[in-house]
Design a protein around this ligand. Structure first.
Ligand SMILES: C[C@H]([C@H](O)CC(=O)SCCNC(=O)CCNC(=O)[C@H](O)C(C)(C)COP(=O)(O)OP(=O)(O)OC[C@H]1O[C@@H](n2cnc3c(N)ncnc32)[C@H](O)[C@@H]1OP(=O)(O)O)[C@H]1CC[C@H]2[C@@H]3CCC4=CC(=O)CC[C@]4(C)[C@H]3CC[C@]12C
Length: 268
């Protein structure tokens, strides 16, 4: 599936900065189109986010002024996923890299510059907070190439933005601007070009300074109660919420407030 790399640079870079893990898609010459190598590193990075207690927030971004142009269409010309099904070599293991069938236990922030098209907008839907430079472009363009958005958009997009807009984007494959994406609620912030990562880091630092036990329980509640009847959802919410109140962090916060100190949470 992977096109020959025009450079020896790794296709995905992973950097830990304090409590934040920054995952950077790194094939700028192909607008960060997905490669198997890239997706393998993404999967490892997501495992690291979930398993390392020192990591409290993750950021997904792209190098060279693009986010991600989806699957590598040139590689696909020579090796189509359809053929891999026929050959019995279909390998769905990369799908969790796109956060389909798996969600992180810590918040994930998308910092988008330039194109976030097809797989790029698909993976965006697996992130929690989304920031984009004002020239960014979004779209689920698969149908334009006779393909299916197998990164989950036909299911997830109509759940995240109004139905008619999801249908329009999925069926026309048209690209939209950052301003439109914000208007539709696909992203939360539009910032000056070149500053999406900076804003993401500011938000990440704010979240990382909050109680990690609370942050993770809030996120888990949001994920585990999606689509449930309110009564059933509240049962899950109460269990997770009470777990937070039993934590050391829940003692550290009120004590710091009463003593006019900044809380320093341990995540226990
Ligand atoms: C199903 C998912 C996924 O949803 C499918 C897709 O993502 S299809 C991809 C569709 N992509 C697009 O429509 C974007 C195309 N590009 C553009 O429109 C424009 O380039 C741009 C708007 C992004 C940028 O425009 P610019 O004007 O700024 O730049 P431009 O000059 O056009 O480009 C610069 C150079 O970059 C090259 N380029 C750009 N985009 C691509 C691209 N997508 N691929 C390759 N190259 C690109 C461009 O050609 C220029 O190069 P030059 O050399 O300079 O000309 C699927 C996602 C992952 C799949 C799974 C992967 C693993 C699997 C393995 C298996 O065995 C089974 C299947 C599967 C599980 C597989 C299943 C499907 C996926 C889940």
């Amino acid at each position: 599936m992977t096109a020959a790399a025009t450079t020896d640079a790794p296709h995905c870079l992973v950097e830990k900065r304090g409590h934040v893990l920054i995952v950077t898609l790194n094939r700028p010459q192909a607008r960060n189109a997905l490669s198997m190598e890239m997706m393998a590193t993404m999967r490892e990075a997501w495992d690291q986010v979930d398993s390392d207690p020192a990591i409290r927030v993750a950021i997904l971004t792209g190098a060279g002024g693009s986010f991600c142009a989806g699957m590598d269409l040139k590689a696909m010309r020579d090796n189509s996923p359809g053929d891999t099904v026929d050959q019995g070599t279909w390998n769905p293991e990369s799908l969790p890299a796109l956060l389909k069938g798996r969600r992180l236990t810590k918040p994930l922030i998308a910092a988008v510059e330039g194109a976030a098209i097809a797989g790029g907008t698909e993976i965006l839907q697996g992130t929690d907070i989304r920031i984009a430079g004002e020239s960014a472009k979004f779209g689920v363009a698969e149908a334009r190439w006779g393909l299916f958005p197998l990164g989950g958009s036909a299911v997830r997009l109509p759940r995240q933005i109004p139905y008619t807009i999801a249908a329009d984007l999925l069926l026309t494959g048209r690209h939209i601007t950052a301003a439109e994406a914000k208007e539709y609620g696909l992203i939360g912030y539009v910032v000056p070009d070149g500053t999406a990562l900076e804003r993401a880091l500011e938000i990440a630092d704010t979240i990382a300074a909050n109680g990690p036990v609370a942050v993770q329980a809030i996120l888990k509640t949001m994920r585990d109660t999606e689509g449930l009847h309110e009564e059933d959802a509240f049962k899950i919410e109460a269990k997770l919420g009470i777990g937070v109140f039993k934590s050391k962090d829940a003692k550290i916060g009120p004590k710091a407030f009463a003593e006019k100190q900044k809380p320093v949470f341990t995540g226990e």
